[in-house]
Design a protein around this ligand. Structure first.
Ligand code: AMP
Ligand code: MG
Length: 345
């Protein structure tokens, strides 16, 4: 896992660069959860308790949502696949599953949390990553269909209808966790804070001087550099990119975001997708789904809604920024060959 760490953080925080922030030491904690490095920083006075409470909340949710932890709620759901049992779940987990199903319905063929058997076929859940045989891949693909995930919100229970099916919440768990952790931070008095849950940066309130947080989107080809810098207030920026987790075999690179239509790593013309939204869970789900969808479908979907904005980085080094971000973003990769354009409604 450790050797993939550099690829897991898809957004660099540039907070701390301004003199006002350098003068104010935040209460902060860094830790490893959900397979990634996370940090929580609270800038207003007395943030220690808030930081610790938020960390506990993240760790609680990690235990519920991990499919590699045999004792988790998700493992209980997965272990009963195909045996007809409605598995009782925490209400928050049931809501998360319903939300994930709704994203699959909004963007058919792009997003599916029952992708787990395909992730396993590629070895992404282990350190033994490899290109699967056609037989192994088609057997796994036969198990991917989130319409066969039955969710009963009123009973707070769910069921996988086919034996062998499994749910993998990797595309959405961090956004969901950001929303829950934000609530805990606020209950504990945090008004000016940053959550970095590995590729999902949530800006809570604004900086202490009242101006927006400055958050850099990583250059997917050079992750020590910024692609652009965004001004965020009470929003999450969630980035999905092939560079976050991948392996090479016979000179070909294979990454971890799978096109549910083919079972292969998505190859839609994008290097990375960043979704900015005040709905943290939506930002996370859409960054994965729109990475699979590709630039045209992503922009069409953006035009059909008003609850998120996008930064798309294409394979041919165009950075497409949707117009809602125009006033608050700054390009940062012109010297590395990127060109910048604004997408309009
Ligand atoms: P993210 O980093 O948020 O884009 O999520 C990527 C993770 O989501 C992968 O590591 C898988 O666990 C899972 N995943 C991969 N492809 C898909 C997909 N098409 N739909 C839903 N989840 C996916
Ligand atoms: Mg995601």
């Amino acid at each position: 896992m450790k050797r993939f760490l550099p690829f897991l953080l898809s957004i660099v925080l540039l907070a701390g660069c301004t003199p006002q922030q350098a003068a104010t030491e935040p209460a902060q904690v860094q830790f490893f959860a959900m397979d990634t490095l996370m940090s929580i920083r609270v800038y207003n006075e007395g943030g220690e308790d808030a930081v610790q409470a938020a960390r506990q909340e993240v760790e609680r949710l990690d235990k519920l949502l991990s499919r590699t932890d045999a004792d988790s709620t998700i493992s209980a759901l997965n272990s009963h696949a195909g045996d007809g049992t409605m598995v009782s779940l925490e209400p928050e987990v049931t809501q998360l599953l319903s939300f994930a199903k709704s994203v699959s319905e909004l963007l058919p063929g792009d997003f599916d949390i029952t992708i787990a058997p395909v992730m396993d076929a590629w070895g992404f859940t282990t350190e033994e990553r490899h290109v699967p045989s056609e037989e192994a891949l088609s057997a796994a693909m036969a198990l991917v269909d989130s319409s066969l995930l039955t969710v009963d919100e009123s009973a707070s229970a769910a069921r996988l209808e086919r034996a062998g099916m499994e749910v993998d919440l990797g595309a959405i768990a961090k956004g969901f966790t950001a929303a829950q952790a934000e609530a805990v931070l606020r209950e504990n008095g945090a008004t000016s804070a940053l959550l970095d849950l590995g590729g999902n940066v949530t800006a809570i309130g604004s900086k202490l001087d009242g101006t927006a947080w400055q958050v850099a989107v990583k250059d997917p080809q050079n992750t020590d550099e910024a692609l652009c810098v965004l001004s965020l207030t009470d929003q999450t920026a969630s980035t999905s990119g092939g560079y976050e987790r991948y392996f090479e075999e016979d000179g070909v690179t294979y990454h971890h975001i799978i096109d549910p239509k083919t079972g292969y790593p998505a190859d839609s013309g994008l290097r990375s997708v960043t979704v900015i939204s005040s709905n943290h869970m939506l930002a996370d789900a859409l960054s994965t789904a729109l990475f699979v969808a590709g630039p045209e479908e992503a922009l069409d979907f953006w035009r059909s809604r008003d609850d998120f904005e996008l930064v798309l980085c294409t394979d041919d080094n165009r950075v497409i920024v949707t117009e809602g971000l125009e006033a608050g973003y700054r390009p940062a990769g012109e010297d590395r060959g990127y060109t910048y354009e604004i997408a309009r409604r």
